[in-house]
Design a protein around this ligand. Sequence first.
Ligand SMILES: Nc1ncnc2c1ncn2[C@@H]1O[C@H](COP(=O)(O)OP(=O)(O)OP(=O)(O)O)[C@@H](O)[C@H]1O
Ligand SMILES: [Mg+2]
Length: 220
Amino acid sequence: MKQSYFITGTDTNVGKTWATLTLMAYFKKQNLSVVGMKPVASGCEKISGEWRNSDALAIQKMGSEFVDYSLLNPFAYELPISPHLAGKKNPVDLETVFTNFQTLQNLADVLIVEGAGGWYAPLNENETIADLAKKLNVPIILVVSIKLGCINHTLLTTEAIKNAGLNCIGWIAVCNDEMFDCVDLTIESLVARLKIPLLGILPYSKTANFEFFAQQIQFD
Ligand SMILES: Nc1ncnc2c1ncn2[C@@H]1O[C@H](COP(=O)(O)OP(=O)(O)OP(=O)(O)O)[C@@H](O)[C@H]1O
Ligand SMILES: [Mg+2]
């Protein structure tokens, strides 16, 4: 049975890439073949004449199967700004994303797609991450950075996902704010308010050990 998941977050910089790489490591450990996708990426550098994004490169590297870069990241923008601004000359086209998504689905047992920014991040003049997720129509996993304000952002995002008619199957807590000293109570408060299961907590860690992080995931 093929599985695909769309990874969104409460904001930009909340740990979506680390959670994506963790889930890829988790599924590889289950002896499943895994590929990932970062369809829209802002903030790229030129490598051998081509725009490359660090999230997309990490996702390419974590895959158990080789995937051509342009397939997993069709919209790679130089500037680290919102895609609707960065991509004015070459705006995101959801049909292209969907075609690549279907090709990638056929390459492995599991496909993990990392969004960009938060749920309503604009991708072009009239579409957002919510529209991309609706187009792919796969289960959503929400990544929450545990910090002040995250309860509000989480409740807003889960409500918006529900209103889109999509299924948020779980959330992942990423403890990437070293200064925040109310981690456990904040996670407890979220668990008490959310109907969706907590799939795992990625503790604060200076080094990215995805084998270790994968052991923190519980996925039924
Ligand atoms: N468990 C963790 N411990 C410490 N730092 C972390 C942890 N997880 C993520 N980070 C750090 O938090 C920052 C954001 O993580 P990440 O790049 O995964 O976020 P993102 O939501 O994918 O961002 P973007 O919107 O740019 O794609 C990075 O600097 C990363 O190194
Ligand atoms: Mg990312």
